[in-house]
Write a protein that binds this ligand. Structure first.
Ligand code: UN1
Length: 495
């Protein structure tokens, strides 16, 4: 267990922790409201120092052979493994995630470090035939330079690891601005990287900064690519800033993920998966299930099964291994879910369970199931980012697909059916970046592309092989050893 000492967090720039000063914000444990960390508020000048440091470090880091960079990633994986418990407990204290999920999250970063470490001896390019004789065509991956990574509170280690480790193996350096809410966790993660031998300046950490600090990072001329995970609202601003500064950008934004339950589905299994998808991480995943799109003929059978599963969830302080649902991150999150419930009550929508804040201490809210709601209602279209699940009833398979695809977001969806043909037709027709058959909308694995369509993203992916594409620049190389001037498209003889 962690002791209850307040953790002081400052920037990590150019291989050193900044001197701690009195300009701070305070993070409390959302389960107990106990003071967990005090975070220095970064200034715009700190971003300048950090980018400068990463720019200098890039020269050497990018010149290392990738297997050497891979060795360091393996060492980072080992370091994370050693400190898995400590990091998990800190994460739970700082942002409320239940400890089993925190452990899973640190594991995700360990897996990502090993996976990308392995890329050090792979990092494949392309060698393809030329259309001309005595000529070769190939493409290799080049690093982009300094990456600006901005991450959210809900996955303070795993999601940053999807940004940082692929960036590093390719030879980029990184300036990372985590959510101010999870700064101590971020600092502990960076400490693992440093203790594993990551050279100075390869990772720089900017903590506690507000929107202006974020803006300075996003618009900095020496940042080549911005990788942002957060709300669609802020993500669109980041997108615009990157466009006006001609910067590359990778966006992982909101979700409004649906589970389709067809009439031939294994309903008890669907009920378990829905409860986990909707209330795991207290509904604060971008992959959280927030809509159940169920065929009318099984609505009455599914609803009590689902409510039974929800009633089994143990709510409380996530540090207890028995707890399934922890608190929300802060009082604004409580207010947001309360407003949705108040609206549902006003509109006469049935609240099957939950709907209330729990107790005075901590930001706890009951897992809430409402419906049926209209597919175009606020509950069914807006990202709530909390424990509210809406049920939508549909008549047919066709209607289910249509409703699933009717929202602005496109991260994850799922279908429950025993009919392979329907499952596969649904898989091909849903318009999300991720789709599950007979599983909830959460549970992405690091070796697969992660990302979404429509307002969820911008076509980039941040895990698996696809991450290597996101964080590299392709360089195409032609080698003409004919000793002659051979013109492509002109001197080609296919007669
Ligand atoms: C996120 O919510 O930002 O699939 C990421 C999942 C996790 C990742 C979620 N492995 O839910």
């Amino acid at each position: 267990m962690m002791n209850n000492k307040v953790i002081k967090v400052s920037n990590f720039i150019d291989g050193q922790w900044d001197d701690y000063n009195e300009n701070t914000i305070t993070n409390v444990n959302p389960a107990t409201l106990e003071h967990v960390s005090t975070v220095n508020i970064a200034a715009e000048a700190d971003v300048q120092r950090a980018v400068e440091s990463s720019k200098i470090a890039f020269k050497e880091w990018s010149s290392f052979p990738p297997p050497k960079r891979g060795e360091i990633l393996y060492k980072i994986a080992e370091e994370l493994k050693k400190r898995k418990q400590e990091l998990s407990e800190l994460m739970t204290l700082e942002m409320g995630k239940v400890i089993t999920e925190s452990e899973g999250e640190v594991q995700e970063a360990i897996d990502m470090a090993y996976y990308m470490g392995g890329e050090g001896r792979r990092l494949t390019g392309e060698v393809v035939p030329s259309e001309l004789p005595n000529k070769m065509a190939m493409a290799v991956r080049e690093p982009l330079g300094v990456i600006g990574a901005i991450s959210a509170f809900n996955f303070p280690i795993a999601v940053p690891s999807w940004k940082i480790f692929p960036s590093l193996i390719i030879g980029n350096t990184v300036v990372w601005k985590p959510s101010p809410n999870t700064s101590a966790t971020a600092a502990a993660f960076v400490k693992c990287m440093v203790d594993a031998g990551l050279p100075k300046g390869v990772i720089n950490l900017i903590v506690g900064g507000d929107g202006d600090v974020g803006h300075t990072l996003v618009t900095h001329p020496d940042i080549s690519l911005v990788s942002f995970t957060g709300s669609t609202h802020i993500g669109q601003k980041v997108y615009q800033s990157c466009a006006s500064n001609h910067k590359q950008v990778s966006l992982e934004l909101g979700g409004k993920n649906g589970i389709i339950v067809l009439e031939d589905a294994d309903l008890p299994l669907a009920a378990r998966a829905i409860a986990w998808g909707a209330f795991g991480t207290t509904g604060q995943r971008c992959t959280s299930t927030s809509r159940v799109i169920v065929q009318k003929s099984v609505l009455e059978e599914l609803t009590p099964l689902l409510l039974k599963e929800v009633s089994l969830l143990k709510i409380g302080n996530g540090i207890d291994h028995e707890v399934n649902v922890g608190p929300l991150i802060n009082s604004e999150a409580i207010k947001r879910v309360e407003d949705y419930v108040a609206l549902a009550k006003k509109e006469g929508i049935e609240i099957h369970c939950g709907g209330n804040k729990i107790g005075e201490e901590g930001y706890f809210f009951e897992p809430t199931v409402i419906g049926p709601v209209s597919p175009s209602s606020k509950y069914a279209t807006e990202e709530i980012f909390g424990p509210i699940l809406s049920i939508i009833s549909v008549d047919t398979f066709e209607e289910a697909i249509e409703v699933n695809n009717s929202v602005d977001y496109g991260l994850s969806s799922a279908i429950f059916t025993r009919d392979l043909s329907k499952a596969m037709k649904a898989v091909r027709r849903v318009d999300t970046g991720i789709v599950y058959i007979n599983h909830s909308t959460s549970g992405a694995e690091i070796q697969m592309p992660f990302g979404g369509t429509k307002n969820t993203g911008n076509g980039k992916r941040e895990a698996g092989q696809a991450a290597l594409d996101t964080f590299c620049e392709w360089k195409t190389i032609y080698i003409d050893y004919s000793g002659d001037l051979q013109r492509a498209q002109i001197d080609v003889d296919f007669s």
